[in-house]
Design a protein around this ligand. Structure first.
Ligand code: XMP
Length: 424
């Protein structure tokens, strides 16, 4: 999609922190794109860059031979070696280079992005219809609001309730989109279908497969009825960057990324991906500017299979209810204490193990709920958050008092690695 003309290309000559670096420069309203060092010159020139910055990890500078062809482009070029420690200093140098050598004016703003994206969507879609799978997550929600701003009722969002959503999630999504935004929203309650298929299945991979397969079928069925040639998607820049290998043919990978995963062969959509050049924090900014509430924009990441991977073992309706209630209490207390926004993810896990306890002077034999709270920058590694003891106490007290079937709450103190963030 067309973007602001003042583009600076960061050439990735193997630099671990290049995404972070690109974001730091973007923070000064300078639009950066990341390309692998194998990128063809024509691809670089297609973006009409005003500057090139060669980024390499310290101690492993870019080879002259590989650099030579970029130097023939007659665009200001700077070479930087980057470490975790010097990231901020090097960003200052890069910003100075962009402003003083490349002539950037610092005009890359989300307000302008929205105007351009709206014009691009209108030009791409014309009078046709667009269908979009709304998950309630940040990316699909922002894309829904953006496409809706561009084409209004030509957009229909499909929101599938697979029965594994958090408490009040279907109401919240409908409230925000159908009521506040007056958006065409097709709500499909397929809870029974999913829960019936999942009955008795305890293997984590098998559960994920069932959820994924059913989801595609339900979505394809609903989307098919809308008869739209376009599919909106919440692809963001890291999705694209992470699918491009440093060596090899980037064009090929971008293409495979564009094949919509899992949809039936005969459903050929043209894609509308208006935030594919934005980092997550920029997507959030766009969402705020479009009027989405904080409870939608600033939420924790949530896995596609939802409570399905936080309910260990076979999922039953009554035990799923236990998890849903416990999860709601954890979130409520986290929000009330101000800790929600200080953690990356915090959630409850249902452990299908019964232990002995006492309640109202009577022996109980009930299930275990685990609480997990982590901080992370990219979900690749994660540190356990030391939530205040008083907060954990309150969560545990409430879960045991309010959720029938639970008599024990434990806290997960495993970092990633070796643990994964989710338990399944
Ligand atoms: P793990 O458990 O692998 O999780 O440490 C890393 C991050 O990814 C999220 N996650 C998922 N997200 N579909 C998703 O969309 C999934 O199947 C899935 N599994 C894990 C997880 O919540 C964490 O943020």
């Amino acid at each position: 999609m067309k973007q602001t003309p003042e583009t600076v290309v960061l050439l990735n000559f193997v630099c671990d922190d290049i995404q972070k670096f690109a974001r730091m420069i973007r923070d000064k309203n300078i639009y950066t794109m990341v390309m692998p060092y194998t990128v063809p010159n024509e691809r670089v020139m297609a973006e009409k860059p005003v500057g090139l910055i060669v980024c390499a990890d310290a101690g492993a500078p870019a080879h002259e031979a590989e650099l030579a062809r970029f130097k023939t482009l007659n665009i200001p070029l700077m070479e930087l070696e980057i470490t975790k420690e010097n990231l901020a200093d090097q960003a200052e140098k890069a910003i100075d280079f962009c402003m003083n050598t490349c002539g950037c004016t610092g005009s890359w703003k989300m307000e302008t992005f929205i105007e351009e994206a709206v014009a691009d969507i209108r030009a791409q879609v014309g009078n046709e219809k667009v269908v979009l799978g709304l998950s309630g997550g940040v990316d699909s929600s922002v894309v829904a609001a953006l496409i809706h701003k561009a084409i209004g009722k030509q957009l229909t969002c499909v929101f599938v309730n697979h029965g594994l959503l958090r408490k009040n999630e279907p109401e919240l999504v409908q409230e925000i989109f159908a009521r506040n935004f007056d958006m065409n929203l097709c709500y499909v309650d397929a809870s029974d279908r999913f829960l019936d298929k999942l009955k008795g299945v305890s293997d984590p991979e098998q559960k994920r497969k069932i959820i994924g397969k059913e989801f595609i079928e339900v979505f394809a069925d609903a989307a098919g009825k809308i008869n739209a040639p376009f599919l909106g998607q919440g692809t963001i820049y890291p999705d694209i960057l992470e699918s491009i290998p440093l060596d090899g043919n980037p064009a090929g990978v971008i293409k495979s990324h564009h094949n919509v995963g899992g949809l039936p062969e005969d459903m050929k959509f043209k894609l509308v991906e208006p935030v594919e050049r934005l980092f997550k924090d920029e997507v959030r900014k766009v969402g705020r500017l479009l009027g989405l509430p904080s409870e939608m924009i600033d939420r924790h990441p949530f896995p596609g299979p939802s409570l399905g991977v936080r309910h260990l073992g076979a999922i039953e309706r009554d035990t799923l209810k236990i998890l849903r209630e416990a999860d709601a209490i954890v979130t409520e207390e986290l929000l009330a204490s101000g800790w929600y926004h200080k953690t990356w993810q915090t959630f409850a896990i249902f452990v299908p193990v019964k232990t002995v306890g006492m309640k109202n002077h009577k022996r109980t034999y009930d299930y275990v709920i685990a609480i997990r709270s982590i901080n992370s920058v990219d979900a690749v590694t994660a540190q356990v958050v030391r939530l205040p003891w008083e907060l954990l106490d309150k969560m545990a007290d409430r879960i045991i008092a309010e959720v029938d079937g639970v008599n024990r709450v434990v806290y997960d103190i495993t970092p990633k690695p070796p643990g994964t963030i989710e338990w399944e």
